[in-house]
Design a protein around this ligand. Structure first.
Ligand SMILES: NC(=O)c1ccc[n+]([C@@H]2O[C@H](COP(=O)([O-])OP(=O)(O)OC[C@H]3O[C@@H](n4cnc5c(N)ncnc54)[C@H](O)[C@@H]3O)[C@@H](O)[C@H]2O)c1
Length: 392
């Protein structure tokens, strides 16, 4: 099939386009970022994603994949997949109109007979609004909501293994969407668009709340001078009802927080669990700084942060709490120096420089390489990546 991925240069759109091209489709990644398009067409992935760069080179060479900023490519598409995000404003309110407006602005290039698969995480009700708008403007265009559930970094594996939820109003629409995902060799789940919208938001809010439970337990244990990681190991050892208790860490990134707040906005902020989770997760850098302030005379110290991305072995700094930590420390310390082997930021120092200059070190992101960190200086490791517990 001829497939266009709108937002095809992004973290979700690009891996999807690549696996679809590999599965035999002709894919155009349509993206408004000319920088992303240029990079992709020259065979360079604009961000880290396991094994994706070699696949990119392969599908470019076989002419089954191209990136473009020209919406003309939409005219010949049979399948249009939309993967642009729903922004959340400074008051934490989602802008549900953004995705709708972006799609409607493409109207001159869309036509009857095409199938539009909405894949962005959306505010509930957007699918139905889009169905009725497109139903009026382009009768005969099919619309389904097929949320993305991959975890960044593992996209290629997960796109070809995880079952796909298809939120469709009719069996005809479901079967048309299923045709696409069948080519990836995965199972599909028939849902209504409303079920699919909530399924996606519940998935992310659930995960966000689980991490908040771990982080709250970490702070509780720590205040009692007990190592949370040790308690977690004891709790989960051969005990199936609690073996999913997460480790402590900075819970951040572009999805979990935003989607929990989308869900909250949906119920007029009557989501105390979600709000508590936000206070706990976003409060972690502040907790860390106040503990360090109790232990050390920070005003006379240089603190080094190792790892600035929002999670390990990633270059993605979107909503990263390591940056929030840096800001908070800047008020309290003589100097904050920071490093990351993957992130692009011209203020970064090298790891050697940070290890040399800093009086104490904090693991900001649990990159695998830090497991082997050797330094005589104190290292604060709330992730437990060094295997020495998380007590501070
Ligand atoms: N990042 C994840 O792990 C993840 C996982 C599941 C779902 N999601 C959801 O997927 C969506 C996209 O997330 P992402 O992380 O890929 O974001 P991203 O910012 O990496 O990618 C979005 C891309 O869309 C492009 N774009 C924006 N507006 C456009 C338009 N009008 N036309 C064409 N291109 C446009 C941008 O240039 C960017 O390249 C979001 O709704 C997100 O919540 C993300």
């Amino acid at each position: 099939m001829n497939v266009v991925v709108v937002g095809g240069g992004g973290h979700v759109g690009l891996p999807l386009g690549l696996v679809l091209a590999k599965a035999g489709h002709h894919v155009s990644a349509f993206d408004t970022s000319s920088e992303a398009v240029e990079s992709i067409n020259s065979g360079v992935l604009p961000f880290l994603e396991l094994e994706a760069e070699s696949l990119l080179k392969e599908v470019l060479a076989s002419d089954s994949f191209v990136a473009t900023s020209n919406p003309e490519c939409l005219k010949s598409a049979e399948i249009v997949i939309v993967v642009i995000g729903t922004p959340v404003d400074e008051h934490l309110n989602p802008d549900p109109e953004f995705v709708i407006k972006s799609i409607m602005s493409l109207k001159p290039y869309l036509r009857a007979g095409q199938t539009l698969l909405l894949r962005s995480t959306i505010f509930p009700g957007v699918s139905q609004r889009l169905e009725s708008l497109l139903g009026e403007e382009i009768p005969g265009m099919l619309v389904a909501y097929c949320p993305e559930r991959i975890v960044q970094g593992q996209a290629l594996k997960e796109l070809t293994t995880l079952p796909q939820i298809i939120g469709a109003r009719s069996e005809e629409v479901y079967l048309k969407a299923q045709e696409v995902f069948k080519t990836l060799g995965i199972k599909t789940i028939f849902a209504t668009p409303e079920e699919a919208e909530l399924a996606k938001l519940f998935t992310n809010a659930w995960r966000y709340i689980k991490f908040a439970v771990a982080n709250q337990f970490f702070m509780m244990s720590n205040d009692l001078s007990v190592d949370y990681e040790r308690v977690r190991e004891i709790v989960s050892f051969e005990y199936p009802r609690a073996n999913d208790l997460p480790k402590s860490g900075f819970t951040a990134g572009p999805c979990l927080f935003k989607d929990t707040m989308q869900l909250s906005a949906l119920v007029q902020q009557k989501f105390p669990l979600g709000h508590s989770a936000m206070m706990i997760n976003e409060g972690m850098p502040g907790y860390l700084v106040s503990r360090l302030d109790d232990i050390y005379d920070l005003s006379d110290m240089t603190v080094g942060i190792l790892g600035m991305s929002f999670k390990g072995d990633s270059d993605d700094i979107r909503s990263s709490l390591a940056y929030k930590l840096r800001k908070l420390l800047a008020f309290k310390t003589k100097e904050v120096v920071f490093t990351d082997p993957y992130v692009k930021d011209n203020r970064l120092k090298t790891e050697e420089e940070v290890l040399e200059i800093a009086d104490i070190l904090i693991i900001g992101a649990p990159h695998s390489a830090y497991k082997y960190l050797v330094t005589p200086k104190p290292v604060i490791d709330i992730w437990g990546i060094l295997g020495k517990g998380v007590l501070l």
